[in-house]
Design a protein around this ligand. Structure first.
Ligand code: GLA
Length: 436
């Protein structure tokens, strides 16, 4: 099937399914505590890194002052281990009073004053995964109202300590309850991750109607191995997942770990690029107070972000898996543009991969190619062979503008002026251009 047909087909699907609370028309961006800070509640010994209001105000300051907010990184989300072990006298969740002395409402005000948004974590079940009070079925409405009263902007709703039947009731019921509060609250559902992530257990049509994003798969850890496992699962199951995603409803392969300890710079670029191809939420889980300039420039790469945030909201796909270990990914973008990604699964040395745009299903034309991470740009004919040098575990990512209509070549190259022969076997192909 031709790409344009696929694009149209998935585009139609998107229009019919997305949750209608008007939120998250592009994948949400921001910061999420879990991967880096976990359930560290030891504020006496580790005051800088424990789950406390100071951690969230520190990160808010960084988002607001270090150029993140302007790029779209606006959600700051509290994960597990924020709550007190007891509900209050009215049966409402409350924050741990030692670690959040001013309470969650003050924290959301702090975010709003700085043009940011606050996310919070709950769990469909008796307990959160960390053992804190959960939201069993009979507490859904009261908890939704509590979050709305606190002026929270997003809820990550986990699924520990509940069974399949309870989840089947609970996730749609929380969606309704959030809507009923009248406050726009983005809704992140971990439901599919608890049901194996695939049909028939998972009904993606329903999910897109009730959630703005959903965790499909296992938790990310601070390692390259973990990133690869996630990437493989998402692209091995791409047909199902692409059909589910669109403006207002996104597959969530989990947090960005760029700026932590487990990834090299090459691997960090790879995670950023692959998450952009997947139209994935960009929730960093790192320490923005001490992040290196290298990691920061990858996370703040404007072209990668604009690919991720493309308004068409079509999730990209893997189009080739070469024996050489090079994989090629493609994502259609608005204005007839596209993103192309060359990813190396090799562990030896930079690999010189030769191909042409027409071999990658691009139609006849002249394309402007912008290299996302080097900033260079070139003009490329669909039929011209080129070479990209892809580093081990690294990527080369391109933003490709809509093709210009091919013009007939000057007489001496035009092979009798036959337009359809444009570019085939012409002199420019004798030496393939190399992009380093
Ligand atoms: C689950 C979720 C994680 C995190 C932890 C918190 O494992 O998938 O993202 O929220 O629970 O306990």
């Amino acid at each position: 099937m031709h790409w344009t047909v696929l694009v149209l087909a998935s585009g139609l699907l998107v229009v019919t399914v997305a949750l209608d609370n008007g939120l998250m028309r592009t994948p949400p961006m921001g910061w999420l505590a879990w991967e880096r800070f976990r359930c560290n509640t030891d504020c006496e010994r580790d005051p800088k890194n424990c789950i406390s209001e100071n951690l969230f105000t520190d990160m808010a300051d960084r988002l607001a002052e270090d150029g993140w907010r302007e790029l779209g990184y606006v959600y700051i989300t509290i994960d597990d281990c924020w709550a007190s072990m007891q509900r209050d006298e009215q049966g409402r969740l409350q924050a741990d009073p030692k670690r959040f002395p001013r309470g969650i409402h003050r924290l959301s005000r702090y975010m709003h004053d700085r043009g940011l948004k606050l996310g919070i974590y709950g769990d469909m079940g008796t307990h959160t995964c960390g053992g804190y009070p959960g939201t069993p079925l009979d507490k859904i409405e009261v908890d939704a109202q509590t979050f709305a009263d606190w002026e929270v902007d997003m809820l990550k709703f986990d699924g520990c300590y509940s069974n399949t039947a309870e989840q089947e009731q609970g996730y749609p019921r929380m969606s309704k309850a959030l809507n009923a509060t009248g406050r726009p609250i983005g809704y992140s559902c971990s439901w599919p991750a608890y049901q194996g992530g695939l049909p028939p257990q998972v009904n993606y049509g329903l999910l897109a109607k009730i959630c703005n994003l959903w965790r499909n798969y296992a938790d990310i850890q601070d390692s390259w191995d973990s990133v690869l496992k996630i990437v493989d699962w998402f692209f091995d199951n791409q047909e199902v997942l692409i059909a589910a995603a669109g403006p207002g409803g996104w597959n969530d392969p989990d947090m960005l770990i760029i700026g932590d300890f487990g990834l090299s710079m090459e691997q960090s670029r790879s995670q950023m690029a692959l998450w952009a191809i997947m139209a994935a939420p960009l929730f960093m889980s790192n320490d923005l107070r001490t992040i290196s300039s290298g990691a920061r420039s990858i996370l703040q790469n404007k072209m990668a972000i604009s690919i991720n945030q493309d308004p068409l909201g079509l999730q990209g796909r893997r189009i080739l898996k070469e024996k050489s270990g090079i994989e090629v990914f493609w994502r259609p973008l608005s204005n007839d543009a596209s993103a192309l990604l060359f990813f190396s699964r090799r562990n030896d040395m930079p690999y010189r991969y030769q191909t042409s745009l027409s071999k990658l299903n691009y139609t006849t034309g002249i394309y402007k190619v912008n290299d996302v991470f080097s900033g260079k740009s070139v003009t490329l004919k669909d039929s011209s062979n080129f070479v990209v040098s892809v580093n081990p575990t690294g990527v080369v990512m391109w933003y490709i503008s809509a093709p210009a209509k091919p013009r007939p070549l000057p007489h001496q190259f035009s092979r009798g002026g036959r337009f359809e022969e444009f570019g085939r076997g012409d002199l420019a192909n004798a030496i393939p251009p190399v992009f380093l």
